[in-house]
Ligand binder design. Structure first.
Ligand code: ATP
Length: 231
């Protein structure tokens, strides 16, 4: 089976500092994968390498069996929700969806409208008037309506309050139940990942410290570090 993400000795260096080093991973497709680690561990770097926004310094990476972002066809298979994914304050929710439809060949307008309705967003509302939680939900709808095979999310709930955090993660769980999707999302908070992920990758100091099924890793984590909380 094709892996969602496979890396071989992958490394990225900025100047003399390795943001990610010696990263060898095989993340199976169809899983919800949590990428956890403290500030500066290399989470964003790994996600950007997977999204094709950064080139490796050394090593290799395959996303859904191909080199990242080698053309429009590959780009449309992957959605990347960056830490500060822009919504456009002067555009309405409906205009965001029209823009998505114009830019993405596999755009699913029915799914986008249905999800916008389910989370209670007013299509006429300008994005600048939405709460942070609603803007994050809009970004999620935009990302899943592209009908990607792989969804990459960089700390999508870091800036949200507990209720908005729960609602966002619920939306993500619904998306994975409704469409065939591999997901990789990063967070500092293991409790968020524990709730929705079935596979975890732990990055510390630019290196993969642990990777594997969530029950197994959490049992080890709880034994060594204590109950869930911030890493
Ligand atoms: P955070 O949780 O704070 O977002 P992270 O785990 O996502 O952290 P990265 O953003 O991947 O970590 O950064 C890894 C390391 O690389 C850090 O030491 C960071 O300072 C460094 N780094 C990241 N981007 C750059 C850059 N453009 N130029 C120089 N150094 C960078």
């Amino acid at each position: 089976m094709t892996a969602a993400l496979q890396t071989y000795g992958l490394g990225k260096r900025y100047g003399r500092r390795w943001a990610l080093s010696d990263c060898t991973l095989r993340i199976p497709a169809g899983r919800v994968v949590g990428l956890i680690g403290p500030n500066g561990a290399g989470k964003t770097t790994l996600l950007k390498l997977a999204a094709g926004q950064l080139a490796p310094t050394v090593g290799g990476i395959e996303v859904l069996g191909h080199r990242p972002a080698t053309g429009p066809a590959q780009l449309s298979r992957v959605s990347f929700v960056a830490q500060h994914t822009p919504t456009y304050p002067d555009l309405s929710v409906a205009e965001h969806l029209r823009m998505g439809a114009g830019l993405n060949p596999r755009w699913d307008a029915g799914l986008a409208r249905e999800r916008i309705g389910r989370i209670g967003l007013d299509p006429g509302q300008r994005a600048g008037k939405l709460s942070g939680g609603q803007r994050a939900q809009l970004a999620l709808v935009m990302a899943v309506a592209k009908r990607p095979e792989l969804l990459l999310l960089d700390e999508p709930v870091a800036a949200l309050d507990p209720l908005a955090r729960r609602e966002f993660l619920q939306g993500l769980v619904e998306a994975t139940a409704e469409q065939e999707l591999s997901v990789v999302l990063s967070s500092h908070v293991i409790a968020d990942l524990e709730r929705i992920c079935d596979y975890l990758v732990v990055l510390v100091g630019s290196q993969v410290r642990l990777a594997g099924d969530v029950e197994e890793l959490l049992a080890t984590h709880h034994r060594l570090i204590g109950p869930p909380g911030d890493l």
